[in-house]
Design a protein around this ligand. Sequence first.
Ligand SMILES: Nc1ncnc2c1ncn2[C@@H]1O[C@H](COP(=O)(O)OP(=O)(O)O)[C@@H](O)[C@H]1O
Ligand SMILES: [Mg+2]
Length: 512
Amino acid sequence: MSFELKDSKSYQTLSQNISRIEKIIKILKTSFGPYSMNKIITRKNGRDVITSDGATIVSNTISEDSIEKILVEMVKSQDYEEGDGTTSVCLLTYEILIESFKLIQQGFDTKDIIKNLKKCGLLCQKILNEIAEDNKIKNFCSLRQFLLFCCSTSLKSKSISSKRHIFSNILVDIVLSMGNKFNKNSIIIQEIMGGSSVDSFFFNGICFKKPFSYAGYEKQKKKYFDGNLLLINFELELSAEKFECEFKIKNVSFFRKFIDSEWSIFYEKLDSIVFSGCIVVLSSQSIGDLATQYFSERNMLCGGRIEITILEKISSITKANIIPSVYEISKNSIGFFRIIEEKQISSEKYIFINSYTSKTLTLIIRGGNDNLIKDTIRSVNDGLMVIKHIYHTNKFVGGAGSCEMKLSEKLRKYAKTLTGTDQYIVSKLSKVFEIIPKTLIENSGMDPLEIIAKLRKLNSSSEKWYGVELSRGNIIDSLANFVWEPLSMKMNIIKTALGTCDLIINTDNTIV
Ligand SMILES: Nc1ncnc2c1ncn2[C@@H]1O[C@H](COP(=O)(O)OP(=O)(O)O)[C@@H](O)[C@H]1O
Ligand SMILES: [Mg+2]
């Protein structure tokens, strides 16, 4: 290595940046794959996190350093686009950086490296499209079964791994029930402490914790079917009638009249609601005991102090408008529900609401402690995204390192068609994908050398997706063993990793 190279600003910057990233990769590496280890992340606010999720680890271990921020952005983008593959993208990025740095040390020009990185990126996308499986779904199993396998692979490396079959069923049912209209924003996650994570379930509608209720509520029925409902944004309490004026009372009868008129205004309000034909009244403000009893006597259900955001969700599924006063009650402002039911879960009461046109869905996540619930939510998010992608594209590739071994092999073959510098650079870059099976094997406590050699040989001579069986280190056909992953996720990993490396290699200074 020449003296000038080592002294150059770009060399020093790259070297420093790689060593910063290395610190994070060292932490992250052991959290990869089915034999992943958890990390406890202590936070200043005392809300410690226990997780093996790549995105959470990276976003929580990062300082104010700019290069680390780039890594966070990269992980967030993978998480947002695909939900899964966040650890893979970090491992691959680091490996590409290391290989590129070695090439720079050997005297290769950064421009040549970047040019070949881009070329390899495009080629990988082409190869993946060619080798991905799709029409085999019909031969293998039903769509549902197929989605279950893919989801199960994604959950295999999560804390809920041992319960992945239960969660896979829940998540696949969610995606299938939403079909082409699947939208993650239409899924509300309701955390309920207590019970086990296997008690988690989903409800086609909205579920929320029952807010405070006044005397008289207990007399109300706890289940209503097919009826009209009213959503209001005003108080139903006597004290709500406020007068901003002063007047002198000359005699007792005048005072009596004043009180009576206050009561009659209040009862007029209640009567307008009753005459609207609604059997359920929900409010963002309080509904006092007088109103509660009034409604109970008329076989109506009421609930006050419901968060406005929940009321808005109820509005969206029942088509009821949230009205600011009783004068706004009209045919158009009244909504319709299918079921409203109160249920006790753990030590709390919850209200479940749905309608015939309900597109919103609530996933109720149970668990013994907050950390477990939060980690389950993170895992569920990964699983949902995997199913969504596979459901929409129907394309998948083999997991357990098989896909990466195939990419590596095909790039090696491509390198042989090149000459000179390009050939050398591409043949070196072709190795980077092996980091995925290598790390999977290392984390399961085995020596990767021999297994990787076997995988290389088998994948180069066969169309099958040879990956690693991690409990004994045997070679398996990943497809036949249902270790499947979405094509879009693998594509995004490569695109994101190469884009980040391009950015980092092209940086020659950090200005504070
Ligand atoms: N049963 C399995 N056998 C071997 N490898 C598996 C199995 N299930 C999942 N994997 C592999 O684990 C890797 C994913 O691990 P994970 O910790 O979820 O990382 P990421 O954050 O990148 O998704 C993938 O390469 C996947 O193929
Ligand atoms: Mg994963």
